[in-house]
Design a protein around this ligand. Structure first.
Ligand SMILES: [Zn+2]
Length: 61
């Protein structure tokens, strides 16, 4: 995957979580929590742009 804004391929994936505020958690920190939203998010580490947001199980929506 390539960032459409700065053309970097330095993209990290994670997900959104939080009861009172939305917080980004990278996949490698995932084991610290079990309270997650079923949304995958991809962020460019070069420019900070959110490249993609995707629901994990669209059939459950
Ligand atoms: Zn970028």
């Amino acid at each position: 995957m390539e960032c459409p804004f700065c053309k970097s391929d330095n993209i990290i994936s994670g997900y959104l979580m939080g009861a009172y505020k939305i917080r980004f958690i990278s996949n490698k920190d995932r084991h610290f929590t079990k309270d997650t939203y079923p949304v995958d998010i991809y962020v460019c580490k070069e420019c900070g742009s959110v490249v993609r947001i995707k629901v994990k199980n669209p059939e459950k929506l």
